[in-house]
Each structure stands twice: as C-alpha cells, then as structure tokens.
Ligand binder design. Structure first.
Ligand SMILES: Nc1ncnc2c1ncn2[C@@H]1O[C@H](COP(=O)(O)OP(=O)(O)OP(=O)(O)O)[C@@H](O)[C@H]1O
Ligand SMILES: [Mg+2]
Length: 294
C-alpha cells in the first residue's frame, strides 16, 4: 500500500513538472451520492447526463457503483467491457467507453474498482493517462456512486470537484444524507455539496427538505449547502425503468423529465462553486485521491 502511494505521488509530481499550460477544457468531476440507497441516484444521474448532453455539453458517465452497477441496465445496453479491463491494461478507454442512449459515452461499473488498491505503477500510469486523455475532450465526468459510506465511495466524493447529494423527503433518507455530508466534512475535504431532492410532490416540499438539511449543516458543520433542484415523484420513472429506456427519452414531457431538464440548464447557468485557483479537473482529482492513500 505504501509503495502504491509512493508511486502515485511520483506520478502526480512528474505530471506537475511537465506542467504544460492547462488545456482549455479539463472536465469538471462530479459525484452523485446519497446516504440511503434506492433514492433515485442512478436514474437522476443518467437523465441529468443526457440533459447536459442535449445542451451541447460533452459528458462522460461513469458507473462507480461497485456493488450494483446498473446504468447499463437502465439504458438496456450490454457493455462488452468495463472498468476492470481498463485497470488491468487490457483495453483502452476508447474501447471500454460504450455508447449509451443518444450516444451518451459511459463506462460500465464492475468489480474492477477495488483493484485500484493493488495496481502496479505501469497499470496506474496507463489508467491515469487514459482518463486524462478523455478528460480534455469532456466538460463533465459524472460518477454515479453507490449509496452510503463505503471507503471507495468516500474516496470518489472527496477527490471530485463537487458532490450532488440525492435525498427523498423520507426522514430516514434525510438523516442519512446529513450523515454522509457530516462524515465527508469531518475528513476536512472541502468538497462543495449541492442537494437534489427526489420524489417530491411539489417545490414547496423540496424546499422544506433542503432547508432542513442546510440549516443543520450551517449550524453544526458551518457549511452552506444549496439546493440544486428537485424531481417530482412520477410514475413514469418506474415505467421507464421497466422498459429499460431513460425516463427523459421514453417520456420527454413527464414531470420528472421537465424537472431534470430544468436542473441541467440551471446547473450550466450557475457555473461552478470552485475557487478559480483551486486544482480542479482530472489532475486535482488524482491529487486528492493521492492524499487519501497517505
Ligand atoms: N422521481 C421518481 N419518481 C418515482 N419513482 C422513482 C423516482 N426516482 C426513483 N424512483 C424509483 O426508485 C427506484 C430506484 O431508483 P435508482 O435505482 O435510481 O436509485 P439509486 O439511488 O441509484 O439506488 P442504489 O442506491 O441501489 O444505487 C427506481 O427504480 C424507481 O422505481
Ligand atoms: Mg444506483
């Protein structure tokens, strides 16, 4: 593990030494997470990615749910390869990137993620250079993580540029969302959070849920957590899951589809909450990832 950390450090420092001027585009890395499972992360992430793409953004969707990877199932596609093949150096990122609905590029999950801890230096070099190579072509790389507080998920969240926390109005979901925010906050990782409230009856309910979380976060953690948006509780989502077609494609005019479109437009218009000077994008991601292996 120490050797591993050392080789990662060398890698990042050699990347810094060669520091060519930053390419104009380096993808912003976003994780979508929740405390409680089954709150709609994967459905939101997929349709949010499709909505960003429809607004001419280049998006790469990354299924980082190790246990129950299912972005492919939601699109009804069968990926030939997954992350494992990239980590093992068996395939290039171009080969493992699948075309999902509307040609959305995505990387299927797999058991491979846990292997990040036992990579050789050349595996690691390959992996990072491959991710870097696509990062420059992307505006956003979005990771759909597993629910809760696994070590891998926490690594993703703390290494990313920002974390979108999904919760429903259910009290258990709210407490678990807060618990996640608290744990990440306690790791002294300055990850900006935004809330996405799912399965609401109306905007008022969404605001009430968001206010509850932001009030407690402000009082006890001293952090501001804005609400990015909300999605209606909508039976079309369930129907679309059964059809294995993303709901915004199967039912573009349903409430949930309009909600996710509005969220994507608002997200782009809102810009980023990151300091201009901070290390962002893939290089920042690797940097922060590295810190967590010390
Ligand atoms: N806005 C919504 N309206 C109605 N039903 C919804 C909505 N969002 C999600 N669901 C229901 O919740 C189920 C779980 O959604 P999803 O798989 O996206 O959750 P998840 O948070 O990714 O779960 P996991 O924690 O297991 O990864 C969906 O199959 C659907 O039935
Ligand atoms: Mg999921």
């Amino acid at each position: 593990m120490n050797d591993q950390a050392e080789s990662l450090r060398q890698l990042v420092s050699s990347m810094e030494q060669q520091d060519t001027p930053r390419t104009p585009r380096s993808a912003r890395i976003i994780t979508v997470s929740s405390g409680k499972g089954g709150v709609g992360k994967s459905n939101f992430t997929l349709n949010f990615a499709l909505a960003l793409q429809a607004l001419n953004k280049k998006v790469l969707l990354f299924d980082a749910d190790i246990g129950m990877a299912n972005i492919d199932v939601l699109m009804g596609v069968r990926p030939r390869y997954n992350l494992y093949h990239l980590l093992k150096g068996e395939r290039s990122i171009q080969e493992i990137m699948e075309n999902g609905t509307n040609s959305l590029p995505f990387i299927a999950g797999g058991s491979g993620l846990t292997e990040l801890f036992s990579l050789s230096e050349s595996d690691l070099n390959y992996f990072t250079s491959q991710i870097e190579s696509v990062s420059d072509e992307m505006d956003y790389i979005i990771f759909d993580t597993g629910a809760g507080l696994s070590k891998e998920t926490l690594k993703f969240i703390t290494a990313a540029d920002e974390c979108l926390v999904v919760t429903t109005p259910e009290p258990t979901s709210i407490t678990d969302a807060y618990a996640l925010i608290k744990v990440v906050g306690g790791m002294e990782a300055a990850v900006p959070f935004q809330l996405m409230i799912n399965r609401v009856e109306n905007e008022k309910e969404a605001r009430q849920v968001a206010d509850k979380i932001s009030l407690v976060a402000r009082k006890f953690l001293n952090i501001e957590i804005p609400m990015l948006g909300f999605m209606s509780d909508d039976a079309h989502v369930v129907q679309a899951v059964k059809k294995q077609v993303p709901f915004s494609i199967a039912y573009p005019n349903c409430y949930a589809s309009r909600d996710v479109e509005r969220i994507a437009a608002g997200y782009i218009a809102g810009g980023t909450t990151q300091d201009a000077g901070a290390l962002t994008g893939i290089k920042g991601f690797l940097h922060k990832w590295l810190k967590r292996t010390k």
